[in-house]
Write a protein that binds this ligand. Structure first.
Ligand code: TRP
Length: 331
């Protein structure tokens, strides 16, 4: 029996290279060996954004991005969270099994309290109940589908552990195994993708390389990667260089060995190294970019894919809710 892998994708607009290497690629790889369920977490986005135009367009863009990178909707159940109302019934059930103290300990919530206190504001300023209970909705997303594996970024690890805690509490009270305990699959730290300035690539640092940038813009962005001021003749250290670190994600092992040799031999300038990186990146990304551009021109197709995905998962969700209702005495 194949394991069930599930992950939620927050609609945050067009992804960058860090999202591609850190989330999209590993999840798609996992879908080759698991029964995969990937969904757009649009109700999670509502906690942060109250702009309906933005939510709509970001949902379409992120769905297009995953499809463009190779998600095959015939193999992966791909749907919108909001199209599966059983999620929200399970949320209501799980609320009754989640100690408030557990939510108080969530890193994301604690970070908000910290920021507020540093700014001299009320600790809960700007925190709505959707944000506070976010891990419980996430637990509902996961537990609804008997998930075994949840590929997530390190920042989401704790949320998956909370889903386990909540499931265990339910199972314990009813002496049942009704909720399957999921396991978070975090990206190894070594996989952290560096941005233009050498720090982790992140929108909030303003150091990203957009995934679908047109060729010219991609080249220009790659040329902006910060390097040291070594002269052309000097031998260079590939292992402390952002250009090389990114190159390793897009080149074959022979290509990596060849560029490594050019670094250590000296005689290669940073411009040349960046050009090599650009060529390798563009080779891989050009087909994705083209597919993405076609897809965003065709929102009806994307909506149809998501609707069909929801039609496939809803019977599974409904059966799960029925079995839980029996256990709790609401049926
Ligand atoms: N919280 C995740 C993020 O911010 C998105 C998400 C929502 C998710 N529900 C999930 C991830 C369920 C894994 C499983 O990226």
């Amino acid at each position: 029996m194949k394991k069930i892998a599930l992950t939620g994708i927050k609609p945050t607009g067009i992804p960058h290279i860090g999202n591609y290497l850190g989330a999209i690629q590993p999840a798609l790889k996992l879908s080759e060996t698991c029964e995969a369920r990937f969904f757009i977490a649009d109700y999670h986005a509502l906690n942060a954004t109250k702009d309906p135009v933005a939510i709509r367009s970001m949902t379409l863009e992120i769905a297009a991005a995953w499809l463009a990178c190779g998600l095959d909707p015939d193999k992966v159940l791909f749907y919108r969270q909001s199209d599966v109302p059983e999620t929200f019934e399970l949320l209501t059930i799980l609320l009754a099994f989640t100690p408030k103290g557990l939510m108080n300990r969530a890193h994301a919530y604690k970070a908000m309290l910290q920021t507020n206190s540093e700014a001299g504001k009320d600790p809960d300023d700007g925190v709505n109940m959707g944000l506070f209970t976010y891990p419980i909705l996430m637990a509902a997303d996961i537990l609804l589908f008997d998930t075994d594996l949840v590929p997530v970024g390190n920042d989401q690890f704790q949320h998956v552990e909370m889903a386990v805690d909540i499931a265990q509490s339910f199972n314990h009270i009813y002496s049942s195994q009704a909720l399957r305990l999921p396991q978070p699959l975090a990206q190894p730290e070594s996989k952290t993708v560096v941005g233009l300035d050498g720090r982790k690539m992140s929108k909030s640092y303003g150091n990203i390389i957009p995934l679908f940038a047109p060729e010219k813009q991609l080249r220009k962005t790659v040329m902006k990667i910060v390097t040291n001021s070594q002269e052309i003749e000097e031998p260079k250290d590939p292992d402390t260089c952002s250009v090389f670190s990114l190159y390793k994600c897009f080149a074959s092992s022979e290509e990596i060995a060849a560029l490594r040799a050019r670094y250590t031999a000296g005689g290669m300038g940073w411009g040349e190294a960046k050009q090599e990186l650009f060529v390798a990146m563009n080779r891989e990304l050009a087909p994705h970019r083209q597919r993405y551009e076609e897809l965003v021109q065709n929102p009806d197709y994307i909506h149809q894919v998501l609707r069909e995905g929801a039609a496939k998962v809803r019977p599974l969700a409904a059966a799960k809710i029925m079995s839980l209702r029996k256990i709790i005495g609401i049926s």
